[in-house]
Design a protein around this ligand. Structure first.
Ligand SMILES: Cc1cc2nc3c(=O)[nH]c(=O)nc-3n(C[C@H](O)[C@H](O)[C@H](O)COP(=O)(O)OP(=O)(O)OC[C@H]3O[C@@H](n4cnc5c(N)ncnc54)[C@H](O)[C@@H]3O)c2cc1C
Length: 395
C-alpha cells in the first residue's frame, strides 16, 4: 500500500462517510475542509432504506437509528385542495418489502454520528480551514495545493467538495451548476410553535403549481422541519426578511390554509438556489475521483442526494480495499458501478420535479392517475432506488 494518505476534499456527509469507509479498511486518511468547523449547520434530511446497509457497513447504523424519527407515512398532498395524491405506507409493510426503514433525522445528528466514528479512528485526521485550490497527478501520487498556498502529497484524492466542487472544475472544466428557477427557504421551529391543525408525524410534501412545502418532525417530535420551495423570476435576489415574506405570500396565495400556518413560522433569513448538474460518465482523473454532489448533484425530488453520496462512499471504499496501489483502476471500477444509478436519480428527479409542480387540468390528471395506484405498485416504482446496491465484495 502507498505510504501516503488518501486526501478527502470536503467534510460533508459524503466526504466523512468516505473517510470512515476507507479508515475501516486500513487506509491513512486526511480530510480537508474549507470551513473552520465541520458539520455544525443543517436542517432535516430524509433517508431511504437503501442507505441503511451502507450505515451497517460503516458501523454506524445504531447511532443513526437512535436519532431517527420513523414517519408512519410519506405522502404528497395537493397544495390547493389538500387531497392526498399519493401516500407511501412507511410502516410494517414497507419494512417487510424493503428490509430497512424510511427515516428523517436532523442533519447535524447524522453528521455527528459519522464524525464521532471518524474521530475514533486513529488513522484519520481532519484539517479544517483548508480549501483545495488545485491538484496535480504525478506518476505514483497526487500533489494538492490549498487556497492559502500549502501543498500536500496524497496517494489519491477524493473530491467530495459538493455542488460547486473545485476538484470537478479542474477535472471536467468550467461548467456551472444548472439552476432551475426555484429557490428554497428552510426552517426548524420548536414543535410548540406549530399549529395544532398541522399533522406532524408524517413526511408530507404539499405540491402546488410552481411551489411546494416539505414538512416533518425531528428529535423525538420536539422540532418541526419546514422547507418552502418555489419558482421565482429572480433566483439570485438578496433581500430582507420582509421582502422575502411578501414574495412568499404572493407565490403561495392559492395554497391551502395549513400551508400558510407553516409559512407564518418560517425563518426567511437565507435562501438557497435550487440547482443540479447534467450527468457525466467520467468522474476520474488519474488518482483523483469525484464523489457525492461533486459527481452527480441532483434536485431533491427523491430526497436521495445524501443517500447517493453515502452509497458512493461505501462502494468506493470497497473497490479500493485490496487494490494495493492500483488506485486508478479501483476508481474506474467505482465510477462504472455508480454513474448510471446516480444519473438516473438526476434525470428522474427532473421529471418528478415537474410532476410535483403541476397546476390546472394537468394536476387533475396527475391526481386521478395516482388515485388508481395500489401500495404494491407504488413500492414497485420505488424499488430501483430502495432495493439499494450490491457491494463489490459481496459479489
Ligand atoms: C433543500 C435540500 C433538501 C435536501 N434533502 C435531502 C434529503 O432529504 N435526503 C437526501 O439524501 N439528500 C437531500 N439533499 C441533498 C443533500 O443535501 C446533498 O446531496 C448532500 O449533502 C451532498 O453531500 P456531499 O458530501 O456530496 O456535499 P456537501 O454536503 O455539499 O459537502 C461538501 C463539503 O465540501 C466543502 N468544500 C467545498 N469546496 C471545498 C474545497 N475547495 N476544499 C475543501 N472543502 C471544500 C464544503 O464546505 C462542504 O463541507 C437535500 C438538498 C437540499 C438543498
Amino acid at each position: 500500500m502507498n505510504k501516503l494518505p488518501i486526501y478527502v476534499v470536503g467534510a460533508g456527509l459524503g466526504g466523512v462517510a468516505a473517510a470512515l469507509g476507507l479508515a475501516r479498511k486500513g487506509w491513512q486518511v486526511k480530510i480537508i475542509e474549507e470551513a473552520p468547523e465541520v458539520g455544525v449547520i443543517g436542517y432535516g434530511i430524509q433517508l431511504g432504506p437503501n442507505v441503511f446497509p451502507m450505515f451497517r457497513h460503516l458501523g454506524v447504523e445504531e447511532g443513526v437509528l437512535k436519532h431517527a424519527h420513523f414517519p408512519p407515512r410519506v405522502k404528497m398532498l395537493d397544495a390547493i385542495t389538500s387531497e392526498e395524491i399519493i401516500g407511501v405506507d412507511a410502516g410494517a409493510a414497507f419494512r417487510s418489502r424493503f428490509k430497512d426503514p424510511y427515516v428523517v433525522i436532523h442533519r447535524v445528528d447524522l453528521h455527528g454520528v459519522l464524525l464521532d466514528a471518524v474521530r475514533k479512528m486513529p488513522n484519520v485526521e481532519i484539517l479544517p480551514s483548508t480549501a483545495l485550490a488545485s491538484y496535480e497527478n504525478k506518476d505514483d501520487h497526487v500533489v494538492i495545493k490549498t487556497a492559502d498556498g500549502r501543498s500536500f502529497e496524497a496517494a489519491a484524492v477524493i473530491g467530495s467538495d459538493g455542488l460547486g466542487s473545485a476538484v470537478r472544475r479542474q477535472m471536467v472544466g468550467e461548467e456551472k451548476p444548472r439552476p432551475i428557477g426555484y429557490v428554497a427557504h428552510r426552517t426548524i421551529v420548536p414543535m410548540d410553535q406549530v399549529s395544532k391543525e398541522v399533522a406532524v408525524d408524517d413526511v408530507i410534501l404539499w405540491g402546488g403549481p410552481g411551489f411546494h412545502i416539505v414538512q416533518y418532525p425531528l428529535r423525538e417530535r420536539s422540532l418541526f422541519n419546514i422547507v418552502a420551495v418555489f419558482r421565482t423570476e429572480n433566483i439570485y435576489e438578496r433581500a430582507d426578511e420582509e421582502t422575502y415574506r411578501q414574495v412568499l405570500m404572493k407565490t403561495y396565495a392559492t395554497a391551502h390554509p395549513l400551508m400558510h400556518e407553516m409559512l407564518r413560522t418560517m425563518d426567511l433569513k437565507r435562501r438557497w438556489v435550487i440547482a443540479d448538474r447534467d450527468p457525466i460518465r467520467n468522474w476520474v482523473d488519474g488518482r483523483v475521483a469525484l464523489l457525492g454532489d461533486a459527481a452527480h448533484a441532483t434536485l431533491q425530488s427523491f430526497a436521495q442526494g445524501a443517500c447517493m453520496a453515502i452509497e458512493d462512499a461505501v462502494v468506493l471504499a470497497d473497490y479500493m480495499d485490496g487494490s494495493k496501489d492500483d488506485l486508478h483502476s479501483a476508481f474506474k471500477a467505482y465510477e462504472k458501478a455508480r454513474y448510471l444509478r446516480t444519473a438516473r436519480i438526476v434525470l428522474e428527479s427532473r421529471s418528478l420535479w415537474e410532476f410535483y409542480h403541476l397546476g390546472g387540468i394537468e394536476a387533475e390528471v396527475r391526481n386521478d392517475a395516482c388515485r388508481a395506484k395500489t401500495m404494491d405498485e407504488i413500492y414497485q416504482c420505488l424499488a430501483w432506488i430502495y432495493d439499494g446496491v450490491k457491494l463489490p465484495k459481496a459479489g
